[in-house]
Design a protein around this ligand. Structure first.
Ligand code: GDP
Length: 173
């Protein structure tokens, strides 16, 4: 049994190709804002948000890759101690969809099999989609994680991603 008054803090890593909306998602969830050209603040590793789940205070720490994914050089510090993962791809970027499996493998190598959500972002651009809905469903089944379709821009389903991850983590504690 967990002690009742211990604060629960969960480190969440957000992986996926560049430009799928990872930083925007963190910014949206933690600050409630969306900008087209959000530039990462140098020196800030993560943003956080506290939520209540089943009467429990949960602090989610959302780690930003700060563009390192472009160079395939995400440091071990980024993954260290991560307890949950957002695996993101973009509705309008085929490569990002194809890369999702290898991102999942990388996280597994570093963190083991942690609760993961496959996120299809930018669903506000569904009319320009390059990913068949059935393919996305198949991939999520193959990877053994839930698929959530989001628009960070229009604030659709972003909260659901993190509530789901927090719930999975609480269950495992
Ligand atoms: P990152 O490289 O994965 O961190 O991606 P960014 O957060 O920097 O986002 C890349 C671009 O996609 C930015 O111009 C964002 O404004 C834009 N973007 C992020 N989320 C969405 C979304 O849900 N819909 C649309 N249309 N654009 C988005």
């Amino acid at each position: 049994m967990r002690e009742e008054d211990l604060e629960v803090a969960i480190k969440v890593v957000i992986v996926g190709n560049g430009a799928v909306g990872k930083s925007s998602m963190i910014q949206r969830y933690c600050k409630g804002t969306f900008t087209k050209d959000y530039k990462k603040t140098i020196g800030v590793d993560f943003l956080e948000r506290q939520i209540e789940l089943d009467g429990e205070e949960v602090r989610l720490m959302l780690w930003d890759t700060a563009g390192q994914e472009e160079f395939d050089a995400i440091t071990k510090a980024y993954y260290r101690g991560a307890q949950a993962c957002v695996l993101a791809f973009s509705t309008v970027d085929r490569d990002s969809f194809e890369a999702a499996t290898s991102w999942k493998m990388k996280v597994e190598d570093e963190c083991g099999d942690i609760p993961t959500v496959l996120v299809q972002n930018k669903v506000d651009l569904l009319d320009q989609s390059v990913v068949d809905p059935e393919e996305a469903d198949l991939l999520s089944r193959a990877l053994g994680c839930r698929l959530i379709r989001t628009s960070v821009k229009e604030d659709v389903n972003v909260n659901a991603v993190f509530r789901h991850l927090a719930a999975c983590c609480l269950q495992e504690m």
